[in-house]
Design a protein around this ligand. Sequence first.
Ligand SMILES: [Zn+2]
Length: 117
Amino acid sequence: MSSEAKVKVYTGTMSVATNRFQNAKSKNLELGYIATEQNYEEGSRGGAIFIIGLFLLPVFGIGLFVWIYALLVKPEGRLIVTYEKIKSSDIDTKECPKCAEIIKLKAKICRFCDYKF
Ligand SMILES: [Zn+2]
């Protein structure tokens, strides 16, 4: 595994979070990072709001509104994206000291002038 990895979290509904991720994607690519893993987690409100609603139910039926709110308004989810730095060995080049042409870093011999490294 590469140590040059980073994890970004985009919050919102699935479409909002995906939008945020798409917007950041090209910028990350410019920095040499590509998204290798995406994982969306639905937001969860837990059972607390239903217990609150239950307690408020006898009080003017407020609990009912709490429940309706909990059902209609979805909590925000999270889109977790793992980025990995593109291996620099894939793109690295060097300049031939003899003919000044750009050749691959791993080359043992220059393809332009046969200079040996
Ligand atoms: Zn050369």
